[in-house]
Design a protein around this ligand. Structure first.
Ligand code: SF4
Length: 355
């Protein structure tokens, strides 16, 4: 067993193991874990300062998870968009390929909480083979996003077998890995893992940090190791009530991500997943946060604020409106300070566009 597997083995999975935190609702936690699993590994547990803080809320079950009657079990309609189990084909040229049912921590707000970490999520050699067969036949697919669960919870050998098989399909150009491991279990990122991954370039990694308290020296080291072998690192952050729903928290996070060589990529409005309603913020909150970033911090620190449309409608960018009027000859807008500006607009006729 490798050292990261040993750490994972000592994870907290039942309420009684949290009794050292004053103020935790142990009975409520126990009730929720009968429906949705809990896993908090010792590394992430060590980052929690007190019950109710931003990291606790991401990791520890809340009774509201089983009181939510408004959310949808499968808000993105992934099961109906899966031509074979665990492969979601929503966009023409790219797919989501679920290759692991396990994560280093079970995030309370997970979009796939209907199955991640549960026996319902069956991933084995046969499902992986079925996914690869599908990809071999569908030559229009250029990009594969490996996800789960967390692909980096697979052993190096198992993950390498999948990457090798993908690289034998000529139509697949880009492999992207979605993983929260650099944040939740950074010691999983080893030199051996980085050396193995870089044999299969172009590989991109989108990781997932939600609060600057998650950016520790260990997390920074993990991201550096991956960046050092040429893997572009991006971050998908989820906007969560009581965790990071303020301009100050998001700004600090985005700047710290850049400093550890991770480009803020998306800031997501939380999905309509059943069991997560207490995390959802008004869309206006996200727009307000975006206004506090645009122009005020480096453009590289500004993510795209977006929501994933229910029913598999795809990502919808949500952008604060700076335009006040769009005329034939000029456009007027407010700049990031809220000051009015205008810009001479050549007009559609000048560039040969007919409406
Ligand atoms: S790491 Fe990702 S897939 Fe796993 S529980 Fe968290 S959000 Fe869900």
């Amino acid at each position: 067993m490798t050292s990261w597997q040993k750490i994972l083995k000592n994870s907290v999975s039942c309420a009684g193991q949290l009794s050292s935190f004053p103020g935790g609702d142990l009975e409520g936690i126990e009730e929720v874990t009968n429906v949705y699993p809990m896993r908090i590994n010792p590394y992430y547990l060590g980052l929690i300062k007190q019950a109710g803080d931003s990291l606790w809320r991401q990791a520890v079950p809340d009774i509201r998870e089983i009181q939510d009657s408004t959310g949808m079990v499968d808000p993105l309609d992934e099961e109906n968009l899966s031509p074979v189990p665990n492969l979601v084909h929503k966009y023409p040229d790219r797919v989501l390929f679920l290759v692991s049912s396990q994560c280093a921590m079970y995030c309370r707000f997970c979009t796939r909480k209907r199955k991640v970490g549960k026996s319902e999520m069956v991933i084995n050699d046969a499902t992986i083979r079925a996914g690869l067969d599908y990809l071999e036949k569908k030559t229009q697919i250029r990009e594969v996003l490996l996800s789960g669960g967390d692909p980096l919870l697979l052993t190096d050998n198992r993950l390498e077998k999948i990457l090798k098989a993908l690289r034998q399909i000529p139509s697949i150009e880009v492999i992207r890995i979605g993983t929260r491991v650099p944040c939740t279990l950074p010691m999983r990122v080893t030199r051996d893992l980085a050396a193995m991954l870089c044999k299969y370039h172009p590989i991109y990694i989108n990781t997932h940090f939600n609060h600057s308290a998650e950016i520790t020296p260990q997390a920074a080291h993990a991201c550096s190791m991956l960046a050092n072998v040429g893997i572009p690192m991006g971050c998908q952050t989820v906007l969560l009530q009581g965790v990071n729903d303020s301009s100050e928290i998001i700004r600090e996070l985005m700047l710290k991500l850049l400093a550890i060589r991770v480009k803020p990529y998306y800031l997501f409005q939380a999905d309509l997943t059943r069991g997560t309603n207490h995390f959802r913020t008004p869309v206006e909150k996200g727009l307000e946060i975006m206004r506090s970033l645009i122009g005020h911090v480096s453009g590289m620190a500004v993510p795209t604020f977006a929501l994933d449309a229910p029913g598999g409608g795809g990502k919808i960018p949500l952008t604060p409106d700076y335009i006040q009027s769009l005329g034939e000859n000029s456009i007027t807008f407010k700049n990031y300070h809220g000051l009015p500006c205008s810009y001479p607009n050549p007009g559609t006729a000048a560039i040969g566009i007919e409406i």
